[in-house]
Design a protein around this ligand. Sequence first.
Ligand SMILES: NC(=O)c1ccc[n+]([C@@H]2O[C@H](COP(=O)([O-])OP(=O)(O)OC[C@H]3O[C@@H](n4cnc5c(N)ncnc54)[C@H](OP(=O)(O)O)[C@@H]3O)[C@@H](O)[C@H]2O)c1
Length: 272
Amino acid sequence: MYGHSVPHITWLSWLHCRPPNTPLFTHSKSPMAPKKILLLGATGPSGIEVIKYAIAHDVEVLVYARNPDKIPEALRSDIHVTILPGGELSDTAALRDAVAQKPDAVVSLLGPPLREILSWMNPFSSATKQPVFVNAYRVVVDAMTEFGVKRILAMGTISIPDEKDKLSIGRNILVWLVRLFMYNGWKNIVSVGKFFDGLEQEDRIQWTVFRLGAVLDGGFQNVTDGYVADGKTALSVRRVELAQWLVEQAVKEDPEWVGEKPVVSSAKKQKI
Ligand SMILES: NC(=O)c1ccc[n+]([C@@H]2O[C@H](COP(=O)([O-])OP(=O)(O)OC[C@H]3O[C@@H](n4cnc5c(N)ncnc54)[C@H](OP(=O)(O)O)[C@@H]3O)[C@@H](O)[C@H]2O)c1
């Protein structure tokens, strides 16, 4: 866990000093084999930041996306990136085949996209009433069991409660606004939290639901993880910060936050 915020300068200094072409993350079986992640939700702006960060750190990215052309050509054609066939969440055979590639981890940024906001705001929309993400996670988790893939990091929001959270008026207001104006989105995301909570606590699947507040553009400052109102976390995260956190967590030899739902956010400035 990031017990404290991680200053970006550490990474930059390390990158600067390391020998050329040294992968940041290596496989325990072969010291030079790069890690591989299966990325869902790769085509949103955060997904694209994940791809960039992964490429820069010699991590392979398998992309399962319904609109892969949204990823800039320079990234799509990079040697680290593979666009898998299929891409619809309802295409269970293709989704299973994606997991059959045996990534080291599945990273999911699936969530209601902003460009579909009207549909997600409409409580009568038959499409968004469906538990689309949970249905996909069921297929993914079954396939992970089948193919021996253990690690998954799945997007959640601070609408998902956690017993370790403390009271936050700001969070309550945000969640109630989302619930009021985007009921189907709220319900879908809350059901993601319940789905993973409901998985048997055996060592079969090492899941983490990372919870987000507002997701913003902007340069990297600091990223941290924890719980709502713990004095460390904030109610927003920048996409570049999230990307770094996700790739680092996905490739850790000893995974952190297993079976937990941490908030991932920009780090609050500490009072001196
Ligand atoms: N923006 C915020 O303030 C905010 C706040 C809390 C949480 N989030 C969540 O944070 C994540 C990153 O947000 P973002 O703004 O960077 O990107 P985004 O555009 O919201 O990314 C959503 C991703 O999920 C995919 N997706 C959604 N429904 C899908 C479906 N039915 N089938 C296949 N793919 C589907 C989208 O694919 P397409 O590109 O094909 O649509 C896209 O790749 C998202 O999960 C978002 O919901 C955002």
